[in-house]
Design a binder for this molecule. Structure first.
Ligand code: ADP
Ligand code: ZN
Length: 531
C-alpha cells in the first residue's frame, strides 16, 4: 500500500524545484509520482504536453537505483539524454546508434550505480545480454513510454513491446509505470493486459487541449488553401503539415518553399541523415514547417508548434488526436487545421478494402474510419465529439474554440438529394449493369454532356439532369456525406459507387437524411484536382 505523504512526498517536490526548476506539480503528476515512489505500478493516460516525463523521472531520482526507460524513439534518445544532463541528471542510453565502446561506458556507469536514468529501445531489452546487465545493477523503476505501442490495433504497434510483460516476472519488486497519450478504453485495456499490470493504479488525465482550435474545412485546392491559412494566420510560425503519401509530402514541401515558406519534407523514404537533419532543424530553429507522413512526430518535444495541418484524412480519431496534439504544448493558442473532401473518403475506403489483414482487421479499420468521418461531418462541437470519443464528458454548451462552435454549420433536409444520387446508382446498375464513380454520377445529375456521358448514352437515362437544383460542389458534398453515413459505399480499384443495406431505407422513404450545408466558396472545380 502506498505510504505517501512523508519524506518521499517532500523529496519529490524538492527534486521538482532543485533539478527541474518548476514551482508546482501539474494535474495528476503529484499523485502519480507519490504512488510510484511508494512502489506501486501505474498506468498513466495523459495527453501530449501533459507532463508525462516527470512522472517517471522524479521517481527515478528519488528511489535508490536507476530508472530504466523503455522508449521506441531511438532518434530522440540523444536529445533526451542531453537535455537531462544539462539539468545535472546522470542519464545514458543504450541503442543501435552506439559503437561498442560507447555502450561499454554506459554499462559500466549503470553497474557502478552512477546512472539516474537509462533509456533503452524495446528490441534491446529483449536480449539476454541486456537482461543480464539489468540483473547485475539496481533498478529504481521501469518506465514504459509510448505504451500504446503494445496495442496490435493501433498504428504504432511494435511487436517488441509484447516482450515487456516479462519485466514484472523478473523484477516483481520494481514498480512499473506505463505511459501513453492514446486514450481509448480498448487501448487502455490492452496495455494493462499485455504488460501484465493487473494491480496497477490508473491515472487518466483530462484529454481536453483547450488552447488548440480545431477546424476542418472542405477540400477544394488543398495546397492553395494551406498557403492561405498559413499566410493569414501563421506567418513565420513553426508547424507540421501531414500528408498521406511520400509523393504529396515532397510536392507540398516544394510548393510551400516556392511560395516563400520555410518548409522541409520528412518521410521514411528519405535517408536517415536527411531525416535527422530536418528533425533537428525543426527542434532548434524558429518558424520551420515540416511536411511529413505520420512517420514524423512521435515523442518530439517542441513546445511552440503553432499549428498542425492535415491535407489528408487520418485513419482514426486516435491518430488525429495524437497528431494534432503536437501543437501548442506550451499552452499558447494553436490551430489544428484539416482539409477534407470526397476523395479522402473514397481513397480511405479503397485502402481498407484492398489492404492487408483479415476480415476482423478490416472491420476494425472501417470502424476507426467511420468515427473519423463522423468527426469531420459533425454539426456539433468538434472538441465535444473528441472528448466523447475518449470517454470524457464535454461541456454541453460547446467549447467556443472550434469551427462548428464559432460558425455553426447550417443543415438542410437532404432526403430528396440523397434519393436522386441513390436512384442514379440503382438505374445504372439495374438498367445497364454498370457501376461508376462519383464524377460520372454527379455529371449525370447535372445533365452534363461530357464525352464519357455521351460514350455511355447516359443522357438517355431518366435521371439525367434531375439535379440542377444543386451545383457540382454541393453534389460532391452530398455523395461524401452519404459515404460518411454509410448510405453509399465504394467498391473496387476505381472507387465505383454501390448501395449499402442502409440505402434501401432512403430509397423507400423510410428515413430522412439531414446534411451539412456546403459552403458556396471555395468553388470545387474538377481541374483543381480535389484529391
Ligand atoms: P508529454 O511527455 O506528456 O508530452 P512532457 O513531459 O514532455 O509531456 O512535458 C511537456 C512540457 O511541460 C515540457 O516542456 C515540460 O518541461 C513541461 N512541464 C511538465 N511538468 C511541468 C510542471 N510541473 N511545471 C512546469 N512545466 C512542466
Ligand atoms: Zn467547439
Amino acid at each position: 500500500a502506498p505510504q505517501a505523504h512523508g519524506p518521499a512526498d517532500s523529496e519529490a517536490l524538492a527534486t521538482l524545484h532543485r533539478v527541474f526548476g518548476y514551482d508546482a506539480f501539474r494535474g495528476e503528476q503529484k499523485a502519480i509520482i507519490e504512488h510510484v515512489v511508494a512502489g506501486g505500478d501505474a498506468v498513466v493516460l495523459m495527453p501530449t504536453g501533459g507532463g508525462k516525463s516527470l512522472c517517471y523521472q522524479i521517481p527515478a531520482l528519488v528511489r535508490p537505483g536507476t530508472g530504466v526507460v523503455v522508449s521506441p524513439l531511438i532518434a530522440l534518445m540523444q536529445d533526451q539524454v542531453d537535455a537531462l544532463r544539462a539539468l545535472g541528471v546522470n542519464a545514458g542510453f543504450i541503442n543501435s546508434t552506439q559503437d561498442f565502446d560507447e555502450r561499454r561506458v554506459v554499462e559500466a556507469q549503470f553497474l557502478a550505480g552512477e546512472l539516474d536514468l537509462l533509456y533503452l529501445a524495446p528490441e534491446r531489452l529483449r536480449l539476454d545480454s541486456t537482461l543480464d546487465l539489468l540483473a547485475r545493477g539496481k533498478i529504481a523503476v521501469f518506465a514504459i513510454d509510448e505504451a500504446h505501442c503494445v496495442s496490435q490495433w493501433g498504428h504504432d504497434f511494435r511487436p517488441d513491446y509484447l516482450a515487456l510483460s516479462l519485466l514484472g516476472e523478473r523484477w516483481p519488486d520494481v514498480p512499473r509505470i506505463a505511459l501513453t497519450a492514446t486514450a481509448t478504453h480498448a487501448t487502455h485495456q490492452e496495455i494493462t493486459e499485455r504488460l501484465h499490470m493487473p494491480t496497477a493504479r490508473h491515472f487518466v488525465a483530462s484529454f481536453d487541449r483547450p488552447n488548440i482550435q480545431y477546424r476542418i474545412v472542405p477540400k477544394a485546392d488543398p495546397k492553395k488553401q494551406l498557403l492561405t491559412f498559413l499566410r493569414q494566420e501563421h506567418e513565420g510560425d513553426a508547424g507540421i503539415v501531414y500528408c498521406l503519401s511520400r509523393k504529396s509530402v515532397e510536392s507540398t514541401a516544394e510548393f510551400l518553399t516556392r511560395n516563400g515558406i520555410d518548409a522541409v519534407p520528412y518521410h521514411a523514404g528519405l535517408d536517415a541523415r536527411t531525416r535527422a537533419a530536418h528533425q533537428s532543424r525543426f527542434l532548434r530553429e524558429d518558424g520551420l514547417v515540416v511536411v511529413a507522413t505520420i512517420a514524423f512526430g512521435m515523442g518530439i518535444d517542441k513546445p511552440d508548434v503553432r499549428f498542425v495541418a492535415h491535407l489528408d484524412l487520418p485513419k482514426s480519431v486516435e491518430g488525429y488526436y495524437q497528431e494534432t496534439g503536437r501543437a501548442g504544448r506550451d499552452r499558447q493558442p494553436s490551430t489544428a487545421w484539416m482539409a477534407y473532401g470526397l476523395n479522402d473518403v473514397i481513397q480511405q475506403r479503397k485502402l481498407i478494402q484492398s489492404g492487408e489483414g483479415d476480415e476482423a482487421f478490416r472491420r476494425r479499420a472501417q470502424a476507426h474510419l467511420d468515427s473519423m468521418l463522423a468527426l469531420c461531418e459533425t454539426a456539433q462541437c468538434r472538441r465535444g465529439q473528441l472528448l466523447n470519443y475518449f470517454g470524457q464528458d464535454p461541456d454541453p454548451a460547446g467549447c467556443n474554440n472550434c469551427d462548428t462552435c464559432l460558425t455553426p454549420p447550417e443543415t438542410w433536409d437532404g432526403t430528396v438529394a440523397a434519393q436522386k444520387v441513390l436512384s442514379t446508382v440503382v438505374r445504372l446498375q439495374r438498367e445497364r449493369g454498370q457501376k461508376f464513380g462519383a464524377v460520372q454520377i454527379v455529371d449525370i445529375l447535372l445533365g452534363k454532356r461530357t464525352a464519357k456521358v455521351i460514350q455511355f448514352d447516359h443522357d438517355q437515362l431518366s435521371v439525367f439532369g434531375i439535379g440542377n437544383d444543386l451545383d457540382e460542389g454541393e453534389w460532391r458534398g452530398v455523395v461524401r456525406q452519404l459515404l460518411a453515413q454509410g448510405l453509399l459505399a465504394v467498391e473496387g480499384e476505381y472507387g465505383t459507387l454501390v448501395l449499402t443495406e442502409a440505402s434501401g431505407t432512403v430509397l423507400r422513404r423510410e428515413r430522412d437524411v439531414p446534411l451539412r450545408k456546403e459552403p458556396k466558396k471555395p468553388a470545387v472545380s474538377r481541374t483543381s484536382g480535389s484529391s
